[in-house]
Design a protein around this ligand. Structure first.
Ligand code: 5GP
Ligand code: ZN
Length: 114
């Protein structure tokens, strides 16, 4: 996707603070963190949102996201204290970047859901 900001980050056309990467996903620090730890975990395939997950291959990326989340949370020492994984989908879901991504948020006590 030419004009997708997360594809550009994946392709290293835009710099980011990468904390994890393999062939399926990349994870980097959110530009506007809402907590001491706020990482975005992004599939390397351009899928616009959760409703665009169709094939088994697509869902494989979600599995890789959760595997990466576990590694990152362990490395950042929040696997015991806890954290949140958030996927905003569509306008009402608050999604602003139209490339599926999962927020890994932690490092403080999180309140509420919306
Ligand atoms: P959404 O609201 O779509 O679920 O989340 C998009 C997130 O991407 C926001 O938390 C925003 O701060 C972050 N973001 C947007 N543009 C950039 C960028 O260029 N670099 C990084 N690291 N984060 C970004
Ligand atoms: Zn993209």
């Amino acid at each position: 996707m030419n004009d997708c900001i997360f594809c550009k980050i994946i392709n290293k056309e835009i710099p980011s603070k990468i904390v994890f990467e393999n062939d399926k996903v990349i994870a980097f620090e959110d530009l506007a963190p809402v907590a001491p730890i706020h990482i975005l975990i992004v599939p390397k395939k351009h899928l616009a949102s959760a409703v665009d997950l169709n094939s088994e291959e697509d869902f494989e990326y979600v599995k890789e996201v959760y595997k990466a989340a576990k590694v990152i949370a362990t490395e950042m020492e929040i696997s015991e204290s806890g954290f949140r994984i958030v996927n905003n989908c569509g306008e009402d879901g608050g999604q602003t970047v139209k490339h599926i991504h999962f927020h890994l948020i932690g490092g403080r006590k999180l309140e509420g859901m919306a």
